[in-house]
Write a protein that binds this ligand. Structure first.
Ligand SMILES: Nc1ncnc2c1ncn2[C@@H]1O[C@H](COP(=O)(O)OP(=O)(O)O)[C@@H](O)[C@H]1O
Ligand SMILES: [Mg+2]
Length: 284
């Protein structure tokens, strides 16, 4: 599959001397779900700021759709329409008087007709479940509502790649479920998604492919099954194993699952592995 976005040996040091990225090489295919997994301070947000040209690599380069990123004003405007970032802190993204104005801002700047902007804004509000909030001032919204508005304002730009920087941080369980369901919908529309997280359960169940970042370097890359079967890698990155794999291993060790049981991808897969007879015994 062709790469939509690539980083080639990207290094970046902040002005205070913090080396945030060191020779980071990775590739984001069109239409796939990619997780960047790593502890706080690993360099995830710094990497993402390179993906839409807010930061410029001091070494190495970034390619989008096969071409090296051009940092002229015009090229960056085009790039930012194609690569949308939902920042971790929604307050850093919201500045308009009302929800509707906030979401309209980007599409209006693209020079689209009022009608086209209206359609995009309606669709983005419907997708994020905030249609009822359209006239509310953004500063009166709850954290979870602000997050939805931030996502809607990126969706309304209709980018090819959407980056979610720790989208579930500080959300309650229900909002977390809603955001992950929304990401699933967006992915089904064929868009590429990058998500950063230190939540191993989310990365394991959600991602098609995972890059593990620690200390500004890519220290692992692979499918979720590959990443989470590598104990040395998890230890080096300070990451735990997903609960699903822990329970699966425990059930196998206790003889409640055959040694040949396929590795489950989600809770339903795991429940489906438990033989009918033991399930009915458990129910009594
Ligand atoms: N504006 C900044 N100035 C100086 N250092 C920074 C800045 N932003 C981030 N850093 C440092 O760069 C490193 C990577 O940070 P960051 O990209 O935010 O990691 P993550 O998103 O994985 O938590 C950390 O050591 C952090 O302290
Ligand atoms: Mg971050």
């Amino acid at each position: 599959m062709a790469a939509l976005l690539e980083a080639e040996r990207v290094s970046f040091t902040y002005p205070d001397g913090t080396q945030a990225l060191q020779h980071v090489t990775l590739s984001i295919p069109e239409g796939k779900k990619i997780a960047v997994l790593g502890p706080n301070g690993a360099g995830k947000s710094t990497l993402f700021l390179h993906f839409n040209g807010i930061l410029r690599p001091q070494e190495g380069c970034i390619y989008f759709a096969g071409a090296r990123i051009n940092y002229s004003h015009k090229a960056l405007t085009d790039l930012r329409q194609q690569v949308g970032i939902v920042f971790q802190d929604p307050d850093s993204m919201l500045f308009s008087a009302s929800v509707r104005q906030e979401i309209s801002f980007g599409p209006l700047n693209l020079g689209l007709s009022r009608e086209e902007v209206g359609q995009r804004v309606e669709a983005a509000m419907a997708a994020t479940g905030i249609t009822g909030l359209q006239d509310k001032p953004t500063h009166f919204l709850s954290y979870g509502q602000k997050k939805r508005v931030a996502i809607a304002s990126v969706l309304a730009m209709e980018p090819r790649l959407i980056i979610f920087d720790e989208p579930t941080a500080y959300l309650d369980p229900r909002s977390t479920r809603d955001v992950m369901a929304l990401l699933e919908d967006i992915s089904r529309q064929g868009k590429a998604i990058i998500l950063s997280t230190h939540d191993v359960d989310i990365a394991y169940t959600w991602a098609d492919y995972i890059y593990v970042l620690a200390g500004g370097q890519v220290i692992g890359a692979g499918t979720p099954a590959e990443i989470f079967s590598d104990a040395t890698l998890l230890e080096a990155a300070g990451l735990a194993r997903p609960w699903l794999l822990d329970v699966y291993e425990d059930l196998k060790n206790k003889g409640w699952l055959p040694a040949t049981a396929p590795v489950p991808k989600n809770k339903d897969d795991l429940l489906g592995l438990i033989p009918y007879r033991s399930r009915s015994k458990l129910a009594i």
